[in-house]
Design a binder for this molecule. Structure first.
Ligand SMILES: Nc1ncnc2c1ncn2[C@@H]1O[C@H](COP(=O)(O)OP(=O)(O)OP(=O)(O)O)[C@@H](O)[C@H]1O
Ligand SMILES: [Mg+2]
Ligand SMILES: [Zn+2]
Length: 353
C-alpha cells in the first residue's frame, strides 16, 4: 500500500481503553457482521469481558460463530471472556414507534396533545409505544447490569440503526415530559388510570401495578419510567461521549455504498455519535499489492479487470472525501467466506495490519 498505510488500520480503536460502546453499521451485505465479530474477538484479547449484540433481525452473528445465541448473553465457544446475544429491535423501530406517539413536537400524537384533547382512544393506542420504549430500555438495563467492559453492536442496515440510536434521546425527552405532566396533572392521570383499568376489565386495580392482562395502568407506567430514567440518562450521556462511544462504518468501493456512507455519517453527526473509522471491504486486490489504487494490469479475467477499475474509482473517492477526517481501513476480497473462530481471527489481521 502507499505511504499512509501505517495509519490505515483499526489499532487506535481496538487499543483504546476507555471505549464502552462500539457500533458497526453500513449497507446490507458489505461485511458488518464479519467486521463486528472480528473486532469483538480482538477486544476479547485486550479487555476483561466483551459482549457482541446483534440488533439485526436476521441475526447472522450466530452464523459467523456457528453457534446459537439468545436474548441474554451466552459465552461464545472457544473464548472465556467473549459473550453474544441477539435482540429483535423491529417493534421498536417500526412506524408507530414511541417517538411518533410521544413525540416532543406536540400535536394530537403527543401526550400534551392527548391531554388537551383528552382523546382517550388515541391515548390508549399510545400504550404499545410505551411498552416498546420500556423493552428497549430494559434490554439496555440488562446489558448494563452485566458490567461488560465493552459492548459491540452488529447493527441492521442503516435506516433501522439510525432510529435505534436516536431512540434513547427521544425516550428521555418523552419520559421527562410525561413525568413532568404527571406531577402537575396527577389528578387527571388518576382519573385516566381508572378508565384504563376499566378498559382492561380490572377496575379494582385502578392505581396499582400491571393488571393481569399485561396492560399497565398510568401510575404503574410512570413509576416504571421513574425507575428507568437513570439508565436512560446514563446511556444518553455515554452515547454522546466520544471517549465512550464510537460508530464504525463498513462500506464497499461502489457508488451505492459510498452514498450510504455519506448519509450515515451525516446522520450520526445529527445524533451526536462519534464516527472516526470507515472500513472499505471486499477490495479486489492481490495481497502482495503495494498500492490499493493500482490496478493489476496483468489481470487476465476481463470481468475482474473491469470490476477492479470501478472499485479504484470509488476507492479514490473514499480517500478524497474522508482520508483527512477519518481513518480508512482497506480489506481485500478473500477467496472464501469468513466463518468460525479461526477465519474471523484471520480476518482481524487485516483490520490491524
Ligand atoms: N473481505 C471479504 N472477503 C470474502 N468474503 C467476505 C468478506 N467480507 C465479508 N465476506 C462474506 O460476505 C458475506 C456477507 O458478509 P457479512 O455477513 O459480514 O455482511 P453484513 O453486512 O453483515 O450483511 P447483512 O447486511 O446481510 O447483515 C458473508 O458470507 C461473509 O463471510
Ligand atoms: Mg450481518
Ligand atoms: Zn474474474
Amino acid at each position: 500500500m502507499d505511504e499512509t498505510s501505517e495509519e490505515r488500520n483499526l489499532r487506535k480503536v481496538i487499543e483504546d481503553k476507555e471505549l464502552k460502546w462500539v457500533f458497526v453499521g453500513g449497507k446490507g451485505g458489505v461485511g458488518k457482521t464479519t467486521c463486528s465479530c472480528s473486532i469483538a474477538i480482538e477486544f476479547a484479547k485486550r479487555r476483561t469481558s466483551v459482549l457482541i449484540i446483534s440488533t439485526d433481525p436476521a441475526h447472522n452473528v450466530s452464523d459467523a460463530f456457528n453457534q446459537k445465541l439468545s436474548k441474554t448473553p451466552v459465552p461464545i465457544i472457544g473464548f472465556d471472556n467473549l459473550f453474544g446475544m441477539e435482540i429483535d429491535p423491529s417493534p421498536l423501530i417500526s412506524g408507530n414507534g414511541v417517538s411518533d406517539l410521544l413525540g416532543a413536537s406536540g400535536g394530537s400524537g403527543s401526550w400534551d396533545g392527548l391531554l388537551n384533547e383528552t382523546n382517550i382512544g388515541e391515548m390508549l393506542q399510545s400504550f404499545p409505544g410505551i411498552d416498546e420504549a420500556m423493552s428497549y430500555i430494559q434490554v439496555m438495563k440488562l446489558v448494563n447490569s452485566f458490567h461488560f467492559d465493552i459492548v459491540i453492536f452488529d447493527t441492521a442496515p442503516t435506516g433501522h440503526t439510525l432510529r435505534l440510536l436516536s431512540l434513547p434521546a427521544t425516550i428521555e425527552k418523552s419520559f421527562a415530559k410525561i413525568l413532568n405532566l404527571k406531577s402537575t396533572l396527577s389528578p387527571i392521570f388518576n382519573s385516566f388510570s381508572s378508565m384504563f383499568a376499566g378498559v382492561g376489565g380490572n377496575s379494582g386495580e385502578a392505581a396499582g401495578g400491571a393488571p393481569d392482562d399485561g396492560r399497565f395502568s398510568a401510575d404503574s407506567i410512570t413509576s416504571k419510567m421513574e425507575e428507568l430514567m437513570p439508565t436512560i440518562r446514563q446511556i444518553n450521556k455515554e452515547f454522546a461521549d466520544a471517549s465512550k462511544t464510537t460508530f464504525i462504518c463498513v462500506a464497499i468501493p461502489e457508488f451505492l455504498s459510498l452514498y450510504e456512507t455519506e448519509r450515515l455519517i451525516q446522520n450520526l453527526a445529527k445524533c451526536k455519535i462519534d464516527c472516526r473509522t470507515i472500513i472499505v471491504n471486499q477490495i479486489l486486490m492481490k495481497e502482495s499489492e503495494r498500492n490499493v489504487l493500482e490496478v493489476n494490469e496483468n489481470e487476465e479475467c476481463k470481468y475482474c479487470l473491469a470490476r477492479m477499475k470501478i472499485q479504484r474509482k470509488y476507492l479514490q473517492q473514499f480517500i478524497d472525501l474522508y482520508e483527512e477526517d477519518f481513518t480508512l481501513v482497506f480489506i481485500p476480497q478473500l477467496l472464501h467466506e469468513v466463518r468460525g473462530k479461526e477465519q474471523l481471527l484471520q480476518f482481524a489481521k487485516f483490520l490491524l495490519k
